[in-house]
Design a protein. Structure first.
Length: 429
């Protein structure tokens, strides 16, 4: 039986205050409990509470998820982008999380809340860099300073020699670079609502990343300061996902189950019992921000979930099954991704999670996640003094659900983030 989820919580005001300390975060002990590798019961998730603008933005965005999913097939087709491997716009039944079984239990809408066109944003940097003199009337001192910091961080500027080469790369990797596709006619209010919520999550995520940097730096002398903060602050590769989990008939709890998988040991609990709405997986980016879900009845009314066992479940660092996770309505949850796990040499660790469906028929679920991650050419190097075995030890792999691919099966030393993403997309799509 799963144990009760005791999620670490930090007040937003305390998070902002902690970021003002450049030497040691005042919330180190909370980072340790939530994310740290020294605590085998760590869940890889933390809740930031009392965020002032969150409730209004949540109530504005999440009710749009069932409206989007209910659009006529022709209108959904207009915002479907198969050339992006369904990583932009509408996606349904394209993802495979457990075995080779397509996931029809939910519909997803993907968009970048920070820029509508990642390629154009990267080209603007190149044009700025190539201009020897800048018109002071067109860019402020503050903006110029920010641009100079981005240029120092952007590894593609030294690897891609021309605009043409960048466009060729983008055409060859549409899952990474494809521009946003908005339902401007069928659901015009979605764009603004998604961008506002996505940018709020990103803002809070940058604060949390800085505190994580301080935590890691005190435990790893070879760690490059501000690694995580700079990724989230400068990268415009940010994927938002509006999710709608379709109602079940209440007779099945295993719509995503598949008994096939790698043999990674026996477990007294059948993991797939807790993944009927979303299969077990790790997030592969740096940091994931998650909005508390809402539930709808058959008439579209927002209701309390009638099944107390439905919702998000997590496998802790030592393999304990924990859940369901209950978040306050004024909180954002943040989960460690595998890229952050690599960049910290395993000092912060991603954990497998899944979503259990509601056994009461006619109940659907809507939520919103933002995956904050590096850009394509960003390196996936370990910090000095940390090893591959530190990053994911074989003992930790034994606690993964059978259908979760190990990190080492997709990531190799020397990869950049784009190559790691390609390997991950290939494993799950």
């Amino acid at each position: 039986m799963p144990r009760k989820a005791d999620i670490v919580k930090i007040a937003y005001s305390d998070l902002v205050t902690a970021c003002s300390n450049d030497h040691q975060s005042s919330i180190d002990d909370l980072i340790e409990r939530a994310f740290g590798n020294a605590n085998s019961s760590s869940l890889g998730i933390i809740a930031i509470i009392d965020i002032p603008s969150l409730p209004s933005l949540r109530s504005k965005l999440l009710p749009l998820a069932p409206k989007l999913a209910a659009l006529p097939p022709q209108q959904l087709e207009e915002i479907t982008a198969p050339q992006s491997q369904y990583q932009v716009g509408w996606s349904h039944g394209r993802e495979k999380l457990e075995g080779d079984k397509p996931d029809f239990s939910k519909g997803s809408y993907y968009a970048n809340p920070l820029t509508d066109d990642l390629v154009e944003t990267m080209l603007e940097r190149r044009r700025y860099k190539s201009t020897s003199q800048h018109d002071g009337d067109k860019i402020s001192v503050h903006d110029k300073q920010q641009m100079e910091e981005v240029l120092k961080w952007d590894e593609s500027l030294n690897q891609i020699k021309s605009e043409e080469e960048l466009r060729q790369l983008a055409n060859a990797n549409p899952a990474f670079f494809a521009p946003n596709v908005w339902p401007t006619k069928s659901l015009p209010e979605l764009e603004n609502a998604l961008k506002e919520m996505g940018q709020l999550i990103h803002q809070v995520g940058v604060h949390l990343a800085k505190c994580c940097d301080l935590y890691v730096a005190t435990r790893c002398p070879g760690y490059n300061p501000n690694t995580l903060e700079n990724i989230l602050l400068h990268s415009k590769c940010c994927k938002a996902r509006l999710l709608h989990y379709f109602a079940t008939d209440g007779t099945s709890d295993s719509s995503n189950t598949d008994n096939e998988g790698d043999d990674k040991g026996d477990s007294s609990t059948d993991d797939t019992e807790f993944s009927s709405w979303c299969g077990w997986h790790n997030d592969h980016g740096s940091l994931t921000g998650l909005v508390p879900a809402i539930y709808h009845d058959e008439n579209g009314n927002i209701v309390q979930c009638p099944d107390e066992n439905a919702g998000l479940y997590i496998k802790s660092r030592n393999g304990d099954l924990v859940g369901p996770v209950k978040l306050p309505e004024n909180a954002l949850a943040f989960q460690v991704g595998e890229t952050m796990q690599v960049h910290t040499g395993g000092l912060l660790h991603a954990t497998p999670h899944a979503v259990r469906g509601c056994k009461t028929g006619g109940i659907s679920r809507s939520t919103f996640a933002v995956f904050m991650e590096p850009e394509y050419h960003s390196s996936m190097n370990l910090p000095a003094g940390r090893s591959v075995s530190d990053t994911q030890c074989e003992e930790a792999e034994k606690s993964l659900p059978k259908t979760v691919r190990t990190l080492r099966s997709r990531w190799k030393v020397g990869m950049n983030f784009g190559e790691f993403s390609d390997a991950t997309f290939a494993a799950f799509h």
